[in-house]
Design a binder for this molecule. Structure first.
Ligand SMILES: [Zn+2]
Length: 375
């Protein structure tokens, strides 16, 4: 029996793996940081017996509440990720696995690989509707890539979308893939009308180093990028520095920053109600966007979410609030669950890569609902 994680976004330490009934594991911390929650590993075993895998250090992880009612995902083909029998007992995450083949992968959520990321960038470029721009390099020497979809023009709205500042939130890049699939579909009326009105500036992966390293929340230096937006630096947070610089150069009329939430079993948005320049216009745009998204998909809801910021009390180191204040525009953090959407549960798959893609595609309808009022 063997457990390995020496691959793209792999993360696990093996404490004990002598017998299928007693496999003990631990999740590694993000480099230079105390955050951990993301795991991704391969089990190779010829035993047909059920396997009991215990992740022993989840109690001190970044979001211990995230393990309650959580089911891990597994895959035999690395394409199709299904939920497996998982329990949070005695401060440990216990996965029971009934082998159908010798080799199986387990993860916190369906991984979005670096290879797939590069395929997404280049397939988008090859569509003829988009340009692929390299903004600079990360600390590990990876490209910071920006997709510009649509024909730039001074009269068009500038809509920015970023994903995976927190690299373990892989659903965020699945969301972007679904959104791009629809936006590039020349038979889709929503996409055609949007591209008449707007240009999309999309960063599918804000944190490629953290993604490849198997981090939950930080970049190669252990920095949480979503607390860097007021004072990013090339030394600590080049990912934010480079994207922010491009935003200041081009301008922003709307911004969506895509994330996953460990605790809440819902899709929701977090807005800019706490930024100093929040006004009736921004509030109206938020209402219109939310109403349109509620109308287009039952995956979205507005009952559950983060506590609202008090007026003027928003944390402006966060991307969506910094952008709202800087550009006085509609700006949202979009959160999807690691668990499931409790309003529309699916025992076999939970919230999934496929549902994230559909949610991304549906979100374009809500963007269309507000696009003319953005500026
Ligand atoms: Zn996040």
């Amino acid at each position: 029996m063997k457990i390995t994680c020496n691959f793209d976004s792999g993360n696990i330490d093996v404490i004990k793996a002598d017998s299928p009934a007693d496999i003990q594991l631990a999740i590694r911390k993000d480099n230079n940081s105390d955050f951990y929650q993301w795991f991704h590993f391969r089990l190779n075993s010829s035993s047909p017996e059920p396997h009991t895998l215990r992740i022993t250090n989840v109690k001190e992880s970044a979001y211990p509440g995230g393990w309650q009612d959580y089911q891990a995902v597994a895959s035999y083909d690395r394409e199709h990720w299904f939920r497996v029998d998982t329990h949070y007992i005695n401060d440990e995450l216990v996965i029971t696995h009934y082998p159908e083949a010798e080799s199986v992968y387990f993860a916190y959520f369906a991984p979005y690989s670096y290879e797939r990321h590069m395929d997404l960038l280049h397939q988008t470029q090859a569509s003829g509707l988009a340009q692929l721009l390299e903004l600079g390099e990360t600390l590990d020497g990876r490209d910071m890539s920006l997709l510009v979809v649509g024909e730039p023009s001074a009269t068009k709205k500038k809509i920015w979308i970023t994903a995976r500042q927190h690299p373990g939130e892989s659903m965020a890049e699945w969301f972007v893939e679904g959104l791009l699939d629809r936006l590039l579909d020349e038979d889709d009326a929503v996409a055609r009308r949007l591209l008449e009105e707007a240009v999309f500036y999309i960063v599918p992966n804000m944190n490629p180093d953290g993604s490849v390293r198997g981090h939950l929340r930080t970049n190669a230096a252990g920095v949480n990028l979503n607390r860097e937006w007021q004072t990013p630096s090339m030394a600590q947070s080049p990912e934010v520095y480079l994207v922010r610089q491009k935003m200041l150069e081009i301008g922003v009329d709307m911004f969506l920053d895509i994330h996953g939430d460990e605790n809440l079993p819902y899709n929701f948005v977090a807005g800019a109600e706490g930024v100093p320049s929040y006004d009736a216009r921004m509030q109206q745009l938020e209402q219109s966007f939310k109403q349109a998204l509620l109308a287009v998909t039952p995956e979205f809801q507005t009952e559950f979410g983060y506590e609202l910021d008090a007026p003027g009390q928003a944390n402006l180191t966060i991307a969506s609030t910094w952008v709202a204040e800087q550009f006085k525009c509609l700006s949202y953090t979009v959160e999807m669950p690691f668990k499931d959407n409790a309003n529309l549960p699916d025992a076999a798959y939970g919230w999934s890569d496929v549902r994230s893609m559909k949610f991304g595609a549906d979100t374009l309808v809500a963007v269309l609902a507000v696009v003319k009022q953005l500026r």
